[in-house]
Design a protein around this ligand. Structure first.
Ligand code: UDP
Length: 244
């Protein structure tokens, strides 16, 4: 089931034009609706991956919610004359969902990151969100999908946080989402490392000024290669804008 809103196209990826609160509300509705739904949170780097990889693009656009994670997507949409309401970082969407799930005593499965990280995240999330039930955990370095899908199904999780990096997590959710028996799957990239306390999120000042990407780059200069996709993204948006 896709979102009800008209999507804003940015280089072939359709974004839902929602505020963080609206997105969280929609996420909650999906959690209570029948069937399985998944949420993706593309940043410019993922949009660039989607331009080159049709399977990734299909997986992203088939999500029930496509949320703009990254100031670059907001700038790109504005440059194309179709502004989006606001940036909706995956990790903030996840925090809202955690609050709601804890209130309702729902259960969550944590999938992804290096061995041991999901366990640490589970411990911290249990402390931070009393009432939240952690149904199970699994690291993100497995060879076969089948046993992981079966484990999620066996645990009877209401929701799954899928943190395998892009586009692996989007392809994984598109292929396996329904088989897990969970109602909501969220692709959240490096969020598991943040929940586990392994990686710190940028301080509020950097986030508020659209500089989270720069903070992440300074904290981990190995990201430079990947981040070169950001200027490329802006060039492609500029070219697209000129066609209009
Ligand atoms: N990861 C994983 N399985 C893989 C590849 C990556 O679980 O096969 C995890 C990795 O350990 C990290 C996350 O996926 O926790 C990706 O983090 P990254 O910072 O690349 O994601 P971003 O938030 O930038 O999309």
């Amino acid at each position: 089931m896709r979102g009800d809103t008209v999507r804003v196209d940015v280089l072939g990826v359709g974004f839902d034009n929602l505020t963080l609160s609206e997105a969280a509300e929609r996420g909650l509705e999906l959690l209570h609706a029948g069937g399985a739904h998944y949420v993706v949170t593309p940043n410019p780097e993922i949009v660039e991956v989607c331009r080159e990889n049709p399977a990734a693009r299909e997986a992203v656009n088939s999500a029930a919610l496509v949320l703009p994670d990254g100031i670059g997507v907001i700038k790109g949409a504005a440059m194309l004359g179709t502004p989006l309401k606001e940036r909706v970082p995956g990790i903030e969407f996840a925090a809202r969902m955690l609050e709601k799930m804890a209130e309702e005593g729902l259960s969550l499965y944590l999938l992804g990151a290096k061995p041991g990280v999901a366990e640490m995240a589970a411990e911290r999330l249990r402390e931070r969100y009393p009432g939240l039930r952690i149904a199970g955990v699994h690291d993100g370095y497995f060879q076969e999908d089948g046993p992981v899908v079966q484990d999620i199904r066996r645990c009877g999780a209401d929701a799954v946080f899928v943190c395998l990096g892009a586009p692996k997590q989007e392809l994984w959710m598109a292929k396996n989402g329904s088989a897990t028996g969970a109602r909501l799957l969220c692709g959240l990239g490096g969020s598991m490392d943040v929940f586990a306390g392994e990686v710190k999120r940028a301080p509020k000042f950097w986030c508020d000024h659209g500089l989270e990407w720069f903070y992440r780059l300074c904290s981990d200069p190995r990201r430079l290669g990947r981040m070169m996709k950001l200027p490329l993204f802006l060039v492609h948006v500029w070219q697209e804008g000129r066609k209009k």
